[in-house]
Design a protein around this ligand. Structure first.
Ligand code: ZN
Ligand code: CU
Length: 486
């Protein structure tokens, strides 16, 4: 007797192939039958009218700490996600110094040094979803050089390379950079290239939050492609966008650059979140001595420990109330006690660029959500995947359902080395999502962001039900995965 049979589902297998109606059997964590099943099972589910797909993979997350702090991962499971890639934008929970705070966006207290130790801690916390690690350049640079604005010495660079190598040996999928952030922005192309070369023997990837995403977007794409070509590694361009009104539309030019590089033999893929606003640590976007007034006007406060009443509000409205300019309001917030922990939202992007990204076959879906649940986080944390399937697939017909799912599943797993996942096929791990294609939609908004999505019926992780009909089962079957290992 099998564990579970899901009958009469509309199966979208993750490869991009057309849907078909059939049954799927789950036993001992794996998919054991697809199509017509003869098995009976402990749990029988009638999925008539519902779509069964591989569980979605959120390829761009900052969930390194959340897997420990919020092991139920409600904001991910409730959108149908069964795996997350952590360590993005150059910030990862490894390496770390035991007893100290991690140098990622969560700053949790570490009781590990490396990926093996992190894996043990996370698996002990029984997270609801699986995780794959990228090792972050900002983190290793901070560890070896502090915040110093200079090139590394040879011994420093050597030690940074050894951190990357150890992470790869322990199952990371690659190196990430955040070249817009301190201290990554103090590095030159050569430094990053040396680190990317360490990834090459493992056939890992180079994932990059590029040096520029506005006026110099195209030059930044050139740098990413150069690093990939010279190091001999695949490139993943993170949260592809063109910020600032005068740059709107440029996403088409950078996608054309990617297409040209691919035609020349490069391996390049990208990710996008389906919103026209970004989000991140506010201190990273402003020079405190001279805050950019144009950017200040586009800012909304997500998490603001210094002034909780500001959360969810536009900075310009706060400035007006205080009778000061927007740049002065930036200083007022960032220089307050705990001001440096402020997370902001920047409304700087174009809807047309989001659509261009979603139409492109090499663009996968990644939320870039920041799991700080105390304030009003960017709604992408709870809404990304249902928003793509509801708003862009069903309502606007920007892309077909099968194509969208491929770029949430098999493509994501192939590039990030989630072996035996991302496709509904016999022998694969049973990471699955069952949803109603007529109802699926994001509910989270900028005003009310911590809302679970509509239309997700059930979610299985490693064969165990993690979520059903709005209920989180708290089973905690997630694992920290190793690159290309089953
Ligand atoms: Zn980023
Ligand atoms: Cu990010």
């Amino acid at each position: 007797m099998a564990d579970t049979v899901i009958r009469n589902a509309t199966i979208i297998d993750g490869t991009g192939a057309d849907r078909f109606v059939g049954d799927v059997t789950i036993d001992d964590g794996h998919i054991t039958e697809v199509g017509v099943t003869s098995s009976s099972a402990t749990t029988e589910i009638d999925a008539t009218g519902l779509v069964l797909a591989p569980g979605f993979v959120d390829v761009h997350t900052h969930d390194d700490g959340a897997l420990l702090q919020h092991p139920d991962m409600e904001f991910k499971v409730s959108q149908g996600c069964t795996s997350v890639v952590v360590g993005n934008c150059g910030f990862s929970a490894i390496p770390a110094v035991p007893g100290e705070h991690t140098l990622d966006l969560s700053g949790v207290q570490a009781n590990w040094n490396d990926l093996d130790g992190y894996r043990e801690s996370v698996e002990n916390s029984k997270p609801a979803v699986n995780a794959m690690m990228l090792v972050g350049h900002n983190t290793i640079r901070s560890l070896e050089m502090g915040g110093e604005r200079r090139a590394p010495t040879d011994p420093e660079l050597e030690r940074m390379c050894r951190h990357v190598e150890l992470a790869m040996q322990q199952g990371a999928c690659g190196l990430s950079t955040g070249l817009i952030y301190r201290p990554g922005k103090w590095s030159d192309t050569e430094e990053v290239l040396e680190l990317a070369k360490v990834v090459a023997p493992f056939d890992g990837i180079y994932a990059t939050h590029m040096r520029n995403e506005n006026d110099h977007l195209l030059e930044a794409v050139d740098e990413a492609l150069e690093i990939g070509a010279k190091a001999g590694v695949a490139v993943q361009i993170s949260h592809h966008k063109a910020a600032g009104r005068r740059n709107w539309g440029k996403v088409k030019d950078s996608l054309a650059k990617v297409d040209a590089a691919v035609a020349d033999g490069a391996q390049v893929t990208l990710d996008v979140y389906p919103y026209t606003a970004g989000s991140g640590p506010m201190i990273q976007y402003f020079d405190i001595d001279d805050p950019n007034p144009e950017l200040a006007k586009a800012i909304q406060l997500a998490s603001c420990p210094a002034f909780r009443t500001y959360e969810g509000r536009m900075l310009v409205d706060i400035a007006e109330e205080l009778g000061i300019s927007a740049p002065e309001a930036v200083r007022h917030i960032l220089t307050a006690p705990e001001g440096k922990s402020t997370i902001c939202i920047q409304h700087t992007m174009d809807e047309g660029d989001v659509v261009s990204n979603l139409r492109h076959d090499r663009v996968m879906i990644g939320s870039d959500g920041i799991p700080d649940l105390t304030g009003k986080p960017h709604p992408r944390l709870f809404g990304t995947f249902p928003r793509v399937l509801g708003r862009y697939v069903r309502e606007q017909s920007v892309l077909e359902l099968e194509r969208a799912i491929r770029r949430m599943t098999s493509l994501s797993c192939d590039v990030h080395g989630l072996q035996g996942r991302g496709r509904i096929t016999e022998g694969n791990w049973a990471d699955l999502v069952l949803f109603d294609p007529n109802l699926i939609l994001d509910i989270a908004t900028y005003e009310d962001p911590k809302r679970e999505s509509a239309g997700i019926q059930s979610v299985w992780v490693n064969g165990q039900m993690a979520f059903t009909e709005g209920l989180h089962t708290q089973v905690g079957a997630g694992k920290v995965l190793s690159y290309r290992q089953h």
